[in-house]
Design a protein around this ligand. Structure first.
Ligand code: ZN
Length: 375
């Protein structure tokens, strides 16, 4: 889900990203607003205005979603949990929190803040709506009414008690607080998430066949399918987190790696013994100093006939510009880095200095051993 996104900007130290799937929903909401709302309410306006108002309102709606996610993200940051980014995608927004909250109370407050913010926004919009109506400002009134309704809907949808929705996280924090067992709490909240997902799917099918509302039914089924996927995936993510949480990058990095000179050609590298060790990232040293990093992905982009003459110096990148991990990063964050970038090995830096290489395979081995021995 996170691989097809771009960075929009940075707010309060958190990267704001847009997934390409978001444009589908932007177009859908803009056109629905233009054709089914503004065109009917203001038929005297030229149709271009309907589309401008539609786009303006859709952007404000996404501003509301972003505010909701920022409420989660900023509280997580305040509690010392690192927030990787906030991504807007087809079903709304998601704050990527690198770690699980440490206390059930933290998760309870963090999850509640999002829907509370949406209800707050709905209230502000309702006030603007009433004021505009009194002043006979029909366009602002129409926009504010829509935003009040959609924020209220956003709050209630997110309060559905199925993990990983906010309501599911609230449910999990309560069970966690009572039982002091995070795994059990996650399991119950995920099952609840799947039950609600099936409910949406069955409701969608019923709406199609009994009420004949095809589009609404399809939407309900899509939402149910999304919830089902999310519940399953976040439970797996939690299990993965449990398996690696007591280990640090220091435990899995390779410090004994091959260093290569800048003059070495691609052919010399590939025909030598280095490849057999599984090394895929090549730190390039001029004497004692590191001058750059080359990797398998960069070599892939050089046409094969040129391998004989191409020196690694001509394709290397400075360490600062390479995909890399920090020694302090949680293993789960580095696993996400592997899946987002499609690379299987990254340089690891500490205080700006190269200290080793982290491989996806090493993490997989650790997970397999722990799963195998069930410890
Ligand atoms: Zn939320």
């Amino acid at each position: 889900m996170l691989t097809k996104s771009f960075k929009l900007g940075r707010l309060f130290g958190i990267d704001i990203r847009i997934d390409y799937s978001w444009f589908i929903i932007l177009i859908l909401i803009t056109s629905t607003l233009a054709l089914n709302k503004f065109a009917l309410q203001f038929p005297q306006l030229p149709f271009v205005f309907h589309w401008i108002l539609g786009l303006f309102t859709a952007v404000l709606f996404f501003g509301s979603v972003l505010t909701h996610e920022l409420a989660h993200g900023l509280y997580a940051k305040y509690k010392g949990v690192s927030v990787t980014n906030i991504t807007l995608f087809i079903f709304g927004g998601a704050a990527q929190i690198a770690n699980e909250p440490k206390q059930p109370e933290d998760e309870f407050v963090m999850s509640l803040l999002g829907p509370a913010t949406s209800i707050g926004l709905a209230f502000v919009m309702a006030v603007i709506w009433k004021l505009s109506e009194t002043l006979a400002l029909s366009i602002p009134a129409s926009i504010a009414f829509y935003l009040a309704a959609i924020n209220l809907l956003l709050a209630f949808f997110n309060l559905i008690p199925g993990f990983p929705l906010d309501g599911g996280r609230i449910l999990r924090s309560i069970i966690w607080g009572i039982s002091r067992n995070l795994r059990l709490a996650t399991q119950i909240a995920s099952i609840s998430g799947r039950i609600f997902a099936f409910f949406f799917i069955i409701l969608g099918v019923t709406v199609i066949f009994n009420a004949g509302a095809f589009l609404e039914g399809v939407w309900l089924i899509i939402i149910g399918w999304f919830l089902l996927n999310a519940a399953t995936r976040s439970y797996q993510q939690h299990k993965l987190h449990e398996l690696v949480q007591h280990y640090s990058l220091n435990d899995i990095i390779t410090t004994a790696f091959y260093k290569v000179p800048p003059s070495m050609t691609i052919n010399q590298l590939l025909q030598g013994p280095i490849i057999a060790t599984g090394q895929q990232v090549f730190p390039i040293y001029d004497g004692q100093s590191l001058v750059g990093i080359a990797d398998i992905e960069q070599i892939k982009h050089i046409p094969k006939p040129q391998w004989e003459f191409t020196a690694l110096a001509s394709l290397m990148r400075p360490l600062e510009q390479s995909i890399k991990a920090n020694l302090q990063d949680p293993i789960l964050t580095v696993l996400q880095l592997f899946s987002q970038t499609k690379v299987n090995q990254v340089p690891v830096v500490d205080d700006g200095n190269l200290v080793g290489l982290a491989s996806k395979q090493r993490v997989i081995n650790l997970i397999q051993t722990r799963t195998n021995l069930k410890f």
